[in-house]
Write a protein that binds this ligand. Structure first.
Ligand code: PLP
Length: 374
């Protein structure tokens, strides 16, 4: 009989409710008042509190980050046949809504300084496609893109900017929250994000009128009439009052989660950063990341697959860096502007477990497993 005990699983980034039970208080309030839907005080409160936290004038709570990107594109006037610049190194949820709008994504390479959209490649893309309608910028793994340079280029061309800050709630670029530089910003609260509502998203903007319009689209575009009247295509994209209650509670512990993610990153960097061929994700003096996922690139003999397999044997979750969109079977027919930076990051990158519930013992387990390969 095999008596080997399976070690407890260490997750990449799993839901972490507050020790204080804040989420349950808000959810209970919704139940006690029989106001679990539609909308309600938790939705209004979550919108208000998140907008205040990131420094935006208005916010719309939605069913997902993907829905938020979709409505941001619509609010920016992106429609059939329009070109949208999008980083190639991202999750497919950034690019999919461009297709929902029957628009055309053009993928832009990363740079090594930020892992995010390369301002140089962006300039080249403007030369090639001056008629572009909007630029989608992503702050990957909680690292901010170089927003000064990107905003300067986009302003020069007078084009709308949407920030996909799904992974970067709690990240500041030069003291300003990511997601608040462009015309629209979006956040995600899916299960693996730094705070979660089990699923959900938020659209933010300083343009209160456009946020009101997004709320209208998100509730089936019901015109103001006693009967059911619709002059525009509608969507069922609003967040429920129960889900928003979880969000309000989670928002109270966001700073704690950022501090813990920072601790995890520093722990790995200290223990693994000196190993041959190991390079951690970039750090820039203007960036205060939320360290959503601690990630590294491996340039020596030990390959990402070796690390991921060794960790999996120890019941520890990890994952590769996103596979670039221009290399995806679904998206490869669209143009790509850049060189091989995103591809190299994909081929050499690995995301380490960054779960805020990990103890020092868990972190040691991860570190010792990886050190064993060198
Ligand atoms: C970069 C990025 N964009 C968009 C999304 C989509 O968010 P959601 O899962 O809430 O739709 C995610 C996360 O899933 C993401 O990581």
């Amino acid at each position: 009989m095999n008596s080997t005990k399976v070690k407890e699983r260490i997750f990449l980034s799993s839901p972490h409710m507050s020790d204080e039970g804040y989420e349950m208080q808000y959810v209970k309030e919704a139940f006690d008042t029989n106001w679990i839907a539609p909308l309600g005080e938790n939705v209004n409160g979550f919108e208000r509190e998140l907008a205040e936290k990131v420094g935006s004038k208005a916010a719309a709570a939605l069913s997902s980050g993907t829905a938020a990107i979709h409505l941001a594109l619509k609010a920016a006037g992106v429609g059939e046949g329009d070109i949208v610049f999008c980083p190639t190194l991202t999750f497919s949820a950034t690019a999919n809504p461009i297709i929902y709008q029957n628009a055309i994504p053009i993928f832009i390479d990363s740079d090594y300084e930020t892992w995010n959209m390369s301002p140089k490649a962006l300039e080249k893309a403007f030369e090639k496609y001056p008629e572009v309608k909007a630029v989608l910028v992503v702050h990957l793994y909680g690292l901010s893109a170089d927003m000064d340079k990107i905003m300067e280029i986009c302003k020069k061309h007078n084009v709308a900017v949407i920030e996909d800050a799904a992974e970067s709630l709690g990240t500041y670029y030069k003291g300003k929250h990511t997601g608040t530089f462009g015309d629209y910003g979006i956040f995600s609260f899916n299960g693996n994000k730094i705070i979660t509502t089990s699923g959900g998203g938020m659209l933010v903007s300083n343009n209160e009128e456009r946020i009101a319009k997004a709320r209208f689209w998100a509730t089936q575009s019901r015109d103001q009439a006693r009967h059911y009247q619709h002059s525009e295509l509608g969507f069922n994209y609003r967040m429920s009052n129960v889900v928003a209650g979880i969000g309000r509670g989670q928002l109270k512990v966001l700073d704690q989660r950022v501090a813990q993610k920072n601790y995890i990153y520093e722990f790995y960097k200290r223990e693994l950063g000196e190993l041959e061929g190991v390079e951690f994700m970039p750090s820039n003096k203007w960036d205060e990341p939320n360290y959503w996922l601690s990630s590294m690139v491996l340039t020596g003999k030990v390959r990402p697959i070796d690390v991921m397999e060794a960790l999996e044997k120890e019941n520890i979750e990890s994952r590769p860096v996103w596979k670039p969109m221009h290399l995806q079977p679904f998206f490869e027919k669209y143009d790509f502007v850049g060189t091989d930076v995103a591809e190299i990051l994909f081929e050499n990158g690995v995301c380490l477990p960054s779960d805020t519930k990990m103890t020092d013992e868990d972190l040691e387990r991860v570190v010792e497993t990886i050190k064993g390969l060198f």
